[in-house]
Design a protein around this ligand. Structure first.
Ligand code: KG4
Ligand code: ZN
Length: 348
């Protein structure tokens, strides 16, 4: 019997303000990873401007894919499949990576798959630690999502346990950073400022952390910070550090409390924490402490693979290909796409 060589998959991610390309061989060997961020594009506006993001992706897609191929020392003809994020995200941004990926697959006559962005984030945790077997609890914490899922085996759709009623936790980090006069992107800047502050300086609410169910709410916490900012104006460096540390403690305490509750009530011993906010050092440390205390496995991807990247898209794509999934080249992009619902299934 001839042995089929392992897939060499090109992954493309462009759901928000990062254009990224990566090559993954055999489902888990990272061969190349390139990212083009757009900090200077959005910095003057203090947030991502969708129209500017997609325009910059048009300039970035070819150089980013070429850089990934160059890093791996291969030519496009060696690819055996192409995967691109199909949703959820900003449609204008998604369309650039998705259309380019489909066109390349067409030209190379190789299979194409459209990947769910959150499935990609979850696969980055599975890549990080092979002990993270399904089923497990998935805590997705990013700029657009804050949700707890029960992740079942690959043939069963994940079950949403609960999500945020209002702001996503990353969005709250970004908005509070702006209130404190910290630079864009806000989440990492706030986390750096918090290192010099006292997390107990301001007594902030931990919304819903003790309530039944698995919903989250971050808008009240943000408003509580705003009131404290107004009370203390003008803010000195010490105020900024204390407010940043107190907000970070409140925001992450809620995530730890909700995840522990889900693990306990679902009778589960494994947790994946994924998405941009999973890069947060305090969240990693506090969840790690809870894991030791309660005796569960908490898996975080390496910090560089918590924020948007294309390795997660290539790896999630490789898993889909190995299950026999192939998508037609008329696959659309979706701004909203529940986890577990495939973009291809939606289009029909
Ligand atoms: O997953 P991601 O790159 O994009 C989305 O899919 O949304 O997440 C971006 C979010 C932003 O809100 C960013 O401020 C936040 O993740 N973030 C952080 C940190 N690094 C990124 N939040 C807190 N601490 C960090 N170190
Ligand atoms: Zn993301």
């Amino acid at each position: 019997m001839p042995v089929t060589p392992p897939h060499l998959v090109l992954g493309i991610e462009s759901s928000c303000d990062e254009m990224a390309a990566a090559l993954v061989r055999g489902g888990d060997e990272i061969v190349a990873s390139t990212i083009r961020a757009q900090v200077e594009v959005h910095e003057p506006y203090g947030g991502v401007v969708p129209e500017l993001a997609s325009r910059d992706h048009l300039r970035g897609v070819v150089p980013v894919v070429e850089a990934a191929l160059c890093e791996a020392g291969i030519v496009a003809e060696e690819l055996t499949a192409v995967a691109a994020t199909a949703g959820p995200g900003l449609v204008g941004s998604l369309l650039v990576g998705l259309s380019f990926g489909k066109a390349l697959a067409y030209r190379l006559e190789v299979p194409f798959v459209g990947v769910h962005h959150l499935e990609g984030h979850l696969v980055s945790a599975e890549l990080a630690d092979p002990r993270l077997e399904r089923p497990y609890i998935g805590l997705v914490v990013s700029g657009g999502h804050t949700a707890l899922y029960r992740i079942e085996d690959e043939d069963t759709p994940p079950r949403l346990l609960g999500e945020t009623r209002d702001d996503a936790v990353g969005e709250a980090f970004d908005k509070v950073a702006k209130l404190l006069g910290l630079p864009f992107p806000g989440g990492p800047a706030l986390s750096r400022a918090a290192e010099k502050g006292d997390p107990a300086a301001v007594d902030l609410p931990r919304p819903l952390s003790q309530s039944p169910g698995y919903e989250f709410s971050y808008s009240g916490l943000k408003t509580a910070v705003l009131h404290e900012v107004e009370r203390r104006r003008p803010l000195g460096d010490g105020d900024v550090a204390d407010l940043a540390a107190s907000f970070e403690a409140a925001a992450t305490d809620v995530l730890v409390a909700r995840a522990r509750r889900a693990l306990r009530e679902e009778g589960m011993g494994r947790l994946a924490v994924v998405g941009g906010v999973a890069a947060n050092a305090r969240l990693r440390a506090e969840m790690g402490r809870a894991a030791e205390r309660d005796g569960f496995l908490a898996v975080f991807p390496p910090a560089a693979f918590c924020t948007d990247n294309a390795v997660m898209v290539a790896a999630a794509g490789a898993r889909m290909l190995s299950r026999g999934v192939r998508h037609d080249l008329d696959l659309e992009a979706f701004s909203r796409l529940p986890l577990g619902e495939s973009a291809a299934g939606r289009a029909r």
